[in-house]
Design a protein around this ligand. Structure first.
Ligand SMILES: O=C[C@H](O)[C@H](O)[C@H](O)COP(=O)(O)O
Length: 224
């Protein structure tokens, strides 16, 4: 069995009737969304907030009732999302698909945040995966230079020969740090740069990590 499918489907077991949930973005939570769609068809009553245009489309196709984030009166019960790297301290790098800003906003407004990954995402230290940083297009070259001065190699993300544009109309600069020994400090420093909208470090946010393996087994680990 696909390791991503195993993790993604397992996370759907944490969803119960009446919940309002956040739906992450990517190829692992894809399986959670499909499974939730099946459960909805079987009678599960939930409402969901998508973290991207891509997920909104998928959720609609799966028949999941959607709710606008702006209308929430209280935190979501649960958000399920993928990650690009997970450290032993359960710190995450996210944003490989460019959805980091809405993902962070929605996970932050959730009582519980469940992360679904295949085992290859669990690393001894964050930073091999280039850290996505969402920046405003105005003066991105200056922001990129400032990011470089923080000890990384910054690269503007491109798509089909033009800058990749997020759902929020911004650019993404992928920052190759190599090693991120202190994610908590780095996230604060990055967000101090005026051109930065948000960065892909998720620190002290994950409540549960669901790790899928290629033999179809799944291991869960409570967030620290
Ligand atoms: O912007 C994208 C998200 O942060 C994804 O959750 C992350 O990139 C992991 O995606 P996947 O499950 O496809 O590896």
């Amino acid at each position: 069995m696909d390791a991503k499918k195993a993790a993604g489907e397992k996370a759907a077991e944490y969803i119960s009737d009446g919940m309002r949930i956040g739906l992450g973005t990517g190829s692992t939570v894809y399986w959670t969304i499909l499974r939730i769609g099946e459960l909805v068809k079987e009678g599960l009553r939930i409402e969901a907030v998508p973290t991207s245009v891509q997920t909104e489309k998928l959720a609609r196709e799966a028949g999941i009732p959607l709710l606008p984030f702006a209308r929430l009166q209280a935190p979501l019960d649960l958000t399920v999302d993928g990650a690009d790297e997970v450290s032993p301290k359960d710190e995450l790098i996210k944003g490989g698909g460019g959805a980091l800003l809405r993902e962070k906003m929605i996970a932050s407004f959730s009582d519980r945040f469940i992360v679904v990954v295949d085992h290859s995402k669990c690393v001894p230290e964050l930073g091999r995966f280039p850290l996505p940083v969402e920046v405003v297009p105005f003066g991105w070259e200056m922001t990129s230079k400032q990011l470089g001065q923080m000890g990384c190699e910054p690269v503007l993300r491109m798509k089909e020969g033009a800058p990749f544009v997020t759902d929020n109309g911004n650019y993404v600069i992928d920052c190759r740090f190599g090693s991120i020994p202190n994610a908590g400090e780095l996230t604060v420093e990055l967000n101090k740069l005026p051109g930065v909208v948000e960065n892909g470090l998720f620190v002290n946010m994950a409540d549960l990590i669901v790790v899928g393996h290629s033999d179809g087994t799944v291991r869960t680990k409570s967030g620290s």
